[in-house]
Design a protein. Sequence first.
Length: 248
Amino acid sequence: MFRAISAALAATILPAGAALAVIGGAEVPAGDPVSAHVVMISGQNGFCSGAVIGERLVLTAAHCVEDGGRLGVLVFGPGRQPIINEVVERRVHPAYRRADWQARRTAVDLAVVRTANPIGNGRRTTALSGGGIPQAGAAIRLVGFGPSAEGDARSAGVLRSAALTVTGRPSSYQVRLVGPSGAALGACTGDSGGPVFASESGRPAVAGVVSWTTGRGAGRCGNLTGTVPVSPHRRWIEETIQGLGGSR
Protein backbone atom coordinates (compact mmCIF):
# COMPACT_ATOMS: atom_id res chain seq x y z
CA MET A 1 0.00 0.00 0.00
CA PHE A 2 2.79 2.40 0.93
CA ARG A 3 4.62 1.76 -2.31
CA ALA A 4 1.45 2.28 -4.32
CA ILE A 5 0.81 5.62 -2.62
CA SER A 6 4.42 6.75 -3.05
CA ALA A 7 4.50 5.65 -6.67
CA ALA A 8 1.35 7.65 -7.33
CA LEU A 9 2.94 10.67 -5.65
CA ALA A 10 6.08 10.23 -7.71
CA ALA A 11 4.00 10.22 -10.87
CA THR A 12 2.54 13.63 -9.99
CA ILE A 13 6.00 15.20 -9.77
CA LEU A 14 7.52 13.66 -12.88
CA PRO A 15 6.52 15.89 -15.83
CA ALA A 16 6.64 14.64 -19.38
CA GLY A 17 8.89 17.52 -20.38
CA ALA A 18 11.39 19.71 -18.59
CA ALA A 19 10.68 20.31 -14.91
CA LEU A 20 11.68 23.13 -12.62
CA ALA A 21 12.19 23.55 -8.88
CA VAL A 22 13.04 26.32 -6.40
CA ILE A 23 11.37 29.63 -7.25
CA GLY A 24 13.65 31.37 -9.74
CA GLY A 25 16.34 28.68 -9.38
CA ALA A 26 18.62 27.01 -11.92
CA GLU A 27 18.82 23.27 -12.53
CA VAL A 28 21.67 21.53 -10.69
CA PRO A 29 23.88 19.66 -13.21
CA ALA A 30 24.62 15.99 -12.58
CA GLY A 31 28.31 16.67 -11.90
CA ASP A 32 27.63 19.26 -9.23
CA PRO A 33 28.74 17.91 -5.80
CA VAL A 34 25.44 18.85 -4.13
CA SER A 35 23.46 16.64 -6.51
CA ALA A 36 24.67 13.55 -4.60
CA HIS A 37 23.61 14.92 -1.22
CA VAL A 38 19.91 15.80 -1.63
CA VAL A 39 16.87 13.49 -1.71
CA MET A 40 13.09 13.74 -1.59
CA ILE A 41 10.92 12.55 1.30
CA SER A 42 7.49 11.48 0.11
CA GLY A 43 4.29 10.72 2.01
CA GLN A 44 0.55 10.76 1.69
CA ASN A 45 0.39 14.53 2.20
CA GLY A 46 3.05 15.54 -0.30
CA PHE A 47 6.83 15.72 -0.27
CA CYS A 48 9.80 17.55 1.21
CA SER A 49 13.53 17.62 0.53
CA GLY A 50 16.36 16.42 2.77
CA ALA A 51 20.14 16.00 3.05
CA VAL A 52 21.87 12.61 3.25
CA ILE A 53 23.86 12.48 6.52
CA GLY A 54 24.48 8.72 6.73
CA GLU A 55 24.15 5.49 4.78
CA ARG A 56 20.48 5.27 5.80
CA LEU A 57 19.96 8.71 7.38
CA VAL A 58 18.45 11.96 6.13
CA LEU A 59 18.32 15.36 7.84
CA THR A 60 15.09 17.25 7.17
CA ALA A 61 12.50 19.52 8.80
CA ALA A 62 10.41 18.29 11.73
CA HIS A 63 7.17 19.60 10.21
CA CYS A 64 7.75 17.27 7.24
CA VAL A 65 7.68 14.09 9.34
CA GLU A 66 5.80 14.89 12.56
CA ASP A 67 2.37 13.50 11.58
CA GLY A 68 3.41 9.86 11.98
CA GLY A 69 2.22 8.80 8.52
CA ARG A 70 4.24 6.44 6.39
CA LEU A 71 7.15 8.02 4.55
CA GLY A 72 9.70 7.07 1.94
CA VAL A 73 12.99 8.53 0.78
CA LEU A 74 12.83 8.92 -2.99
CA VAL A 75 15.76 9.13 -5.39
CA PHE A 76 15.86 8.88 -9.16
CA GLY A 77 17.61 6.02 -10.94
CA PRO A 78 18.45 5.57 -14.62
CA GLY A 79 15.91 7.25 -16.86
CA ARG A 80 14.58 9.13 -13.81
CA GLN A 81 12.95 5.98 -12.55
CA PRO A 82 11.79 6.72 -8.97
CA ILE A 83 13.34 4.45 -6.33
CA ILE A 84 11.55 4.52 -2.97
CA ASN A 85 13.12 3.48 0.33
CA GLU A 86 10.71 3.23 3.26
CA VAL A 87 11.38 5.28 6.38
CA VAL A 88 11.40 2.98 9.42
CA GLU A 89 12.32 5.43 12.17
CA ARG A 90 12.26 9.17 12.75
CA ARG A 91 13.55 11.50 15.46
CA VAL A 92 12.19 15.04 15.90
CA HIS A 93 14.19 17.65 17.79
CA PRO A 94 12.81 17.86 21.36
CA ALA A 95 12.53 21.67 21.21
CA TYR A 96 10.28 21.61 18.13
CA ARG A 97 6.75 22.95 18.61
CA ARG A 98 4.36 23.07 15.68
CA ALA A 99 2.62 26.21 16.96
CA ASP A 100 5.95 28.03 17.08
CA TRP A 101 6.81 26.90 13.56
CA GLN A 102 3.44 28.06 12.23
CA ALA A 103 3.95 31.46 13.87
CA ARG A 104 7.50 31.75 12.48
CA ARG A 105 8.83 31.84 16.04
CA THR A 106 11.88 30.06 17.42
CA ALA A 107 10.95 26.51 16.50
CA VAL A 108 13.88 24.09 16.13
CA ASP A 109 12.36 22.59 13.00
CA LEU A 110 14.76 19.65 12.62
CA ALA A 111 14.38 15.88 12.27
CA VAL A 112 16.41 12.85 11.21
CA VAL A 113 14.87 9.81 9.52
CA ARG A 114 16.30 6.32 8.96
CA THR A 115 15.49 4.19 5.93
CA ALA A 116 14.98 0.43 5.73
CA ASN A 117 17.84 0.03 3.26
CA PRO A 118 20.98 1.97 2.33
CA ILE A 119 20.03 5.00 0.24
CA GLY A 120 22.75 4.34 -2.35
CA ASN A 121 22.06 5.11 -6.00
CA GLY A 122 24.96 7.53 -6.15
CA ARG A 123 23.95 9.43 -3.03
CA ARG A 124 26.70 10.29 -0.56
CA THR A 125 26.87 11.65 2.97
CA THR A 126 27.17 15.42 3.07
CA ALA A 127 29.32 17.49 5.39
CA LEU A 128 27.72 19.48 8.19
CA SER A 129 28.91 23.02 8.71
CA GLY A 130 31.73 23.36 11.19
CA GLY A 131 31.45 27.12 11.32
CA GLY A 132 29.22 29.36 13.40
CA ILE A 133 25.82 30.78 12.57
CA PRO A 134 25.84 32.41 9.10
CA GLN A 135 25.94 36.17 9.49
CA ALA A 136 24.08 38.91 7.59
CA GLY A 137 25.49 39.30 4.11
CA ALA A 138 26.85 35.75 3.89
CA ALA A 139 26.29 33.86 0.63
CA ILE A 140 24.19 30.70 0.97
CA ARG A 141 23.07 28.20 -1.67
CA LEU A 142 19.52 26.84 -1.46
CA VAL A 143 18.95 23.39 -3.00
CA GLY A 144 15.66 21.50 -3.31
CA PHE A 145 13.06 19.69 -5.36
CA GLY A 146 10.15 22.13 -4.87
CA PRO A 147 8.13 23.74 -7.67
CA SER A 148 9.09 26.76 -9.74
CA ALA A 149 5.61 28.23 -9.32
CA GLU A 150 3.20 28.04 -6.41
CA GLY A 151 0.55 25.33 -6.77
CA ASP A 152 2.21 23.83 -9.85
CA ALA A 153 3.04 20.27 -8.76
CA ARG A 154 4.05 19.39 -12.31
CA SER A 155 6.97 21.82 -12.12
CA ALA A 156 8.51 20.00 -9.14
CA GLY A 157 10.84 17.02 -9.00
CA VAL A 158 14.05 18.30 -10.60
CA LEU A 159 16.84 19.45 -8.31
CA ARG A 160 17.43 23.18 -8.56
CA SER A 161 19.37 25.75 -6.62
CA ALA A 162 19.44 29.47 -5.97
CA ALA A 163 22.08 31.82 -4.61
CA LEU A 164 20.67 33.67 -1.59
CA THR A 165 22.04 36.03 1.05
CA VAL A 166 21.59 36.02 4.82
CA THR A 167 19.47 38.97 5.96
CA GLY A 168 18.14 40.41 9.23
CA ARG A 169 19.46 39.25 12.60
CA PRO A 170 20.51 35.59 12.50
CA SER A 171 20.02 33.58 15.70
CA SER A 172 20.59 30.04 16.92
CA TYR A 173 16.99 29.26 15.99
CA GLN A 174 16.46 31.08 12.72
CA VAL A 175 18.41 32.44 9.77
CA ARG A 176 16.52 34.28 7.04
CA LEU A 177 17.60 34.29 3.42
CA VAL A 178 16.68 36.58 0.56
CA GLY A 179 17.44 36.93 -3.13
CA PRO A 180 18.70 40.03 -4.97
CA SER A 181 16.49 43.10 -4.51
CA GLY A 182 13.28 42.77 -6.50
CA ALA A 183 13.91 39.17 -7.54
CA ALA A 184 11.42 36.38 -6.80
CA LEU A 185 13.93 33.84 -5.57
CA GLY A 186 13.74 31.29 -2.78
CA ALA A 187 12.17 28.13 -1.42
CA CYS A 188 8.62 26.90 -1.95
CA THR A 189 6.47 23.92 -0.94
CA GLY A 190 8.56 20.78 -1.47
CA ASP A 191 11.82 22.55 -0.65
CA SER A 192 10.99 22.33 3.08
CA GLY A 193 13.53 20.21 4.91
CA GLY A 194 16.08 20.70 2.18
CA PRO A 195 19.61 21.86 2.87
CA VAL A 196 21.15 25.28 2.39
CA PHE A 197 24.86 25.07 1.77
CA ALA A 198 27.81 27.23 2.70
CA SER A 199 31.21 26.76 1.10
CA GLU A 200 33.83 25.55 3.59
CA SER A 201 37.36 24.70 2.48
CA GLY A 202 36.13 24.61 -1.09
CA ARG A 203 33.35 22.09 -0.56
CA PRO A 204 29.63 22.41 0.23
CA ALA A 205 28.59 21.97 3.86
CA VAL A 206 25.02 22.03 5.19
CA ALA A 207 24.62 25.33 7.03
CA GLY A 208 20.88 25.06 7.62
CA VAL A 209 17.56 23.38 6.85
CA VAL A 210 14.64 25.08 5.10
CA SER A 211 11.74 25.62 7.51
CA TRP A 212 9.33 28.19 6.02
CA THR A 213 8.85 30.72 3.25
CA THR A 214 7.01 33.94 2.52
CA GLY A 215 5.88 35.54 -0.71
CA ARG A 216 4.82 38.91 -1.97
CA GLY A 217 1.19 39.96 -1.70
CA ALA A 218 -1.01 36.87 -1.49
CA GLY A 219 1.89 34.60 -2.44
CA ARG A 220 3.66 32.21 -0.07
CA CYS A 221 6.94 31.67 -1.92
CA GLY A 222 9.80 33.59 -3.49
CA ASN A 223 10.40 36.27 -0.87
CA LEU A 224 11.98 35.25 2.48
CA THR A 225 13.29 31.74 3.09
CA GLY A 226 13.48 30.84 6.78
CA THR A 227 16.05 28.23 7.82
CA VAL A 228 17.21 26.55 11.02
CA PRO A 229 21.01 26.82 11.34
CA VAL A 230 22.85 23.52 11.82
CA SER A 231 25.82 24.60 13.96
CA PRO A 232 23.94 25.35 17.22
CA HIS A 233 22.18 21.98 16.99
CA ARG A 234 25.03 19.87 15.69
CA ARG A 235 25.41 18.00 18.97
CA TRP A 236 21.78 16.84 18.81
CA ILE A 237 22.23 15.81 15.17
CA GLU A 238 25.38 13.82 15.93
CA GLU A 239 23.79 12.12 18.95
CA THR A 240 20.72 11.28 16.89
CA ILE A 241 22.89 9.78 14.16
CA GLN A 242 24.52 7.53 16.76
CA GLY A 243 21.18 6.69 18.33
CA LEU A 244 19.86 5.54 14.97
CA GLY A 245 22.86 3.30 14.43
CA GLY A 246 24.74 5.55 12.05
CA SER A 247 28.18 7.08 12.02
CA ARG A 248 30.01 9.89 10.27
